[in-house]
Design a binder for this molecule. Structure first.
Ligand SMILES: NC(=O)c1ccc[n+]([C@@H]2O[C@H](COP(=O)([O-])OP(=O)(O)OC[C@H]3O[C@@H](n4cnc5c(N)ncnc54)[C@H](OP(=O)(O)O)[C@@H]3O)[C@@H](O)[C@H]2O)c1
Length: 444
């Protein structure tokens, strides 16, 4: 390790907005690999300044007092700063600072998926117009180089299906619930203590963080910005130990997945994040703990699966630095990656619920009375839905029975209608629990 600088080489100075988990990781690894940048880039890459909210916090990564500021704009405006890393999170201030850097001809690297999901279209255009680079590899799946793979390595492919685990915290919770039989609340408590859960827990538990990433992947694969309000987003709060056991009995595991489908016949795109039963032989079903995994079905390459650490200081810094290197490699500061392709809304439309087909898993808490199953089956049949499997957990006195059903192929519209009817059915004592049964081979 060397942090000495070689005065004869050009120096590229990096300003880091946000010196938290990812900011400190980026700083640390830029310094630790200082000897390496001249060899691969012919320049020195020097972390120079960073911004924070509070100057008084203890920070594990060493930084001198005069390199830290609470004034992020002063870093962006500093004529000695060549490149900016936006690693502060949040949306509005991060956006203003990013645009401010572009306006000064400075490329920006970010890990901010919420910002890209909300304002990516505007920011990508602004970067293009300013002739600067905008790297966002770290915004999806942490250390897994999914964005580069989509933009570069698999550039000759169309993608009818991309799916995967995009949120490590929810995967950690589900894995421990399944393997240890621990309750949701118990594991969530541990996840909080380990610092795995975002301050706004809904991001992890209600699928919002994964939805941000799915929107970005949909854009990269199809050039269309799907509005978050058009994305089906369901989280993991309703998954019980009973569901995890029932899934195992069906040779499946339950994972929270992001799914991006495109029908190339009518050019409709569907983006969703929800729990799903996945056949155990699929790599994604066996991707456990805080790991992420993304499965790409490419029209030329076939299936490619990438798994790895989807968050955390070091994996995320690995992706941030990869973008920094790309930006430096690019001519005149413009990223060496292929240009992003925007598609007009007329060319590619969101899919409607009746177009999205699949099989479903249903758990109903019912009064254990004769004819109950027949009523449920009739309700489903009214919507053209037939049952594939039925099981009932042993009935405990004074408690409702659990009816676990799986359906044959139907569509999202029909199942939503049936669900609304089932909720009102006499004898059904709680809101039904519904999960998709995901079959990557059957595109359901
Ligand atoms: N953590 C991960 O594993 C991970 C993975 C992928 C992507 N990301 C993304 O990376 C970004 C950073 O995440 P993180 O986990 O590193 O967050 P973090 O640990 O909370 O760090 C955020 C840093 O930004 C500073 N900051 C926040 N608002 C600021 C403001 N208005 N002005 C100046 N400084 C400000 C904070 O200052 P103080 O320290 O003084 O509070 C802190 O140093 C987010 O967009 C996140 O979604 C994170």
């Amino acid at each position: 390790m060397s942090t000495q600088t070689n005065s004869s080489l050009k120096k590229i100075r990096v300003g880091i907005l946000g010196f938290g988990t990812v900011g400190q990781g980026t700083w640390k690894h830029l310094q630790e690999n200082a000897h390496f940048w001249p060899k691969i880039l012919g320049v020195e890459l020097i972390p120079s300044r960073a911004s924070v909210r509070s100057l008084d916090k203890e920070r594990p990564v060493e930084i001198s007092k005069d390199q830290l500021t609470t004034d992020s704009a002063s870093i962006v405006d500093d004529p000695n700063i060549d490149l900016v890393c936006e690693l502060m999170g949040g949306v509005e201030e991060a956006k203003l600072l990013t645009l401010r850097a572009f306006a000064q001809g400075k490329s920006v690297v970010t890990a901010n998926k919420a910002l890209i999901c909300e304002h990516g279209e505007e920011l990508f255009r602004a970067a293009e117009e300013a002739g600067v680079g905008y790297g966002f590899e770290a915004s999806v799946a942490g250390g897994i180089p999914i964005i580069k793979v989509l933009r570069e390595s698999l550039v000759s492919n169309e993608f009818p299906l991309i799916y995967g685990i995009l949120n490590g915290t929810s995967n950690y919770i589900l894995t421990r619930m399944e393997k240890e039989g621990a309750s949701f609340e118990e594991v969530l408590g541990d996840a909080r203590q380990l610092g795995y859960v975002e301050a706004d827990e809904a991001l992890d538990l209600d699928g919002v963080d994964a939805a941000h990433k799915a929107v970005i992947l949909a854009y990269l694969a199809h050039g269309i910005w799907v509005n978050l309000s058009e994305v089906t987003v369901e989280g993991i709060r309703r998954i019980s130990n009973e569901d995890l056991q029932a899934a195992e009995n069906l040779s499946c595991r339950i994972k929270l997945i992001g799914v991006i489908r495109r029908n190339f016949t009518n050019d409709h795109v569907a983006v969703a994040v929800h729990p799903a039963l996945i056949p155990i032989e699929e790599t994604i079903a066996r991707t456990d703990g805080v790991h992420n995994g993304v499965c790409l079905n490419g029209s030329v390459v076939g299936t490619v699966v990438l798994t790895g650490r989807g968050a955390g200081q070091d994996p995320t810094a690995s992706s941030v630095i990869s973008d920094l290197v790309d930006v430096v490699k690019g001519v005149n500061g413009i990223s060496s990656l292929p240009k992003l392709v925007h598609v007009s809304p007329e060319q590619c439309q969101p899919a409607t619920p009746d177009e999205i087909e699949g099989r479903f898993y249903l758990r109903l808490a019912v009064d254990d009375r004769p004819g109950q199953l027949a009523k449920v089956a009739e309700c489903l049949a009214d919507r053209g839905i037939s049952l594939a499997t039925v099981s009932q957990t042993p009935h405990e006195k004074d408690k409702p029975a659990s009816l676990i059903l799986t359906t044959h192929q139907t569509n999202e519209h029909s199942i939503a209608q049936a669900l609304a009817q089932l909720k009102e059915l006499p004898g059904v004592v709680d809101d039904p629990v519904l999960f998709r049964m995901f079959d990557p081979n059957g595109m359901s």
